[in-house]
Design a protein around this ligand. Structure first.
Ligand code: PMP
Length: 327
């Protein structure tokens, strides 16, 4: 990878120094009003997005061998950063991938990536790949994992989904079983979820409802699922094939604060069809109401009152808490 291009900013190598990540020089002034390119962090250096490249021999590309996180920042603060980093480290540990930065170094690299892009509200994609190896799948050939950080703006769902709710459809693709690959690992292997997403697209639904091998609900393709019945909230346990979602854990906290009972239990399609309310959670999606499952209205077919209270509380938390971007 070239590092001497005129518009590449060379930074301190995080592996070699504890110091904060600072650009060695400012980017060149632009002569024309070209669209602003993002600055992407790759292994300690920032590259304009048109020049942000990884090797074709990186096992992240060749085999989906790596882990990632999707993190949001709001109003100048990164939401639940420690929890995201903890999950990243756990995913990496589970696949015996050694992240080449300490948690404080990773935190600083993330914050600096946001600063470099002059953002206050947006989304971070943090990726750690197995690194460059040969064409064989054995990771023993990959000597140096790569860290990539992209900070950008994001709107996942249209505003209408939050006001009117979205639709989900049960898909034939089962959530991968823990015996094959733990769904608790947030790995670069998302083909299982992508196959389900394709089915949802073909069924004209906004999201896919994924079951596990036993027929219980696991989660959706990029979100956890919650149902509400008689004023009580329930969500599938991690053992049912759900990712330990950060937004999911915030829902537990909000429910406790509002004194609403919230339990983890096996949930069937019947429970969804007969629920009073249903919603999905995810960093990108936040909390979004579900009003139809397999073309059947849930409750009265409108976003429910408890869901709306959860959404309001969640928005308040995202705007008022988090790790400040500027030091
Ligand atoms: N399940 C899957 C498969 C996901 O990819 C995500 C998004 N990371 C979630 C659930 C929701 O997790 P979180 O709230 O941490 O974004």
């Amino acid at each position: 990878m070239k590092t001497t291009d005129a518009d590449v900013m060379v930074l301190d190598e995080p592996m070699e120094t504890e110091s904060t990540v600072k650009p060695a020089r400012e980017p060149r002034a632009r002569k024309t009003a070209a669209p602003k390119e993002l600055k992407i962090f790759i292994d300690g250096k920032f590259y304009p997005e048109s020049n942000a490249k990884v090797s074709v021999f990186d096992h992240g590309l060749l085999y989906g061998d790596g882990v990632f996180e999707g993190i949001r920042f709001y109003n100048g603060r990164v939401f639940r950063l420690e929890q995201h980093l903890e999950r990243l480290w756990e995913s990496a540990r589970s696949i015996t991938l050694e992240i080449p930065l300490s948690i404080p170094q990773m935190t600083e690299a993330l914050l600096e990536t946001i600063r470099q892009n002059d953002l206050r509200d947006g989304y971070i994609r943090l990726i750690v790949t197995r690194g460059v190896g040969n064409l064989g799948l054995n990771p023993v050939q990959c000597k140096k994992p790569s860290v990539i950080i992209i900070a950008a703006t994001i709107t996942l769902y249209p505003a209408e989904f939050y006001q009117k709710g979205l639709t989900i459809a049960t898909v034939a693709t089962r959530r991968i079983s823990p015996g094959a690959l733990s769904p608790a690992i947030k790995s670069l292997n998302y083909l299982n979820n992508i196959m389900a997403r394709i089915e949802a697209n073909l069924a004209d639904a906004d999201e896919a409802l994924m079951l596990n091998d036993a027929g219980y609900i696991a989660e959706c393709t990029a979100d956890n699922l919650f149902v509400i019945k008689h004023g009580q909230i329930a969500t599938p346990p991690i053992s049912a094939g759900a990712l330990g979602g950060i937004t999911r854990s915030v829902v537990f906290e909000i429910a406790a604060a509002l004194e609403i009972k919230c339990t983890e239990k096996n949930i069937t399609r019947h429970d969804v069809f007969t629920a009073d309310e249903c919603f999905l959670t995810g960093t990108a999606a936040e909390i979004v109401p579900v009003v139809k499952a397999d073309a059947r209205a849930i409750g009265n077919g409108k976003p429910g009152a408890i869901t709306q209270r959860m959404m309001e509380r969640y928005h308040k938390l995202t705007r008022e808490t988090g790790t400040p971007i500027s030091s």
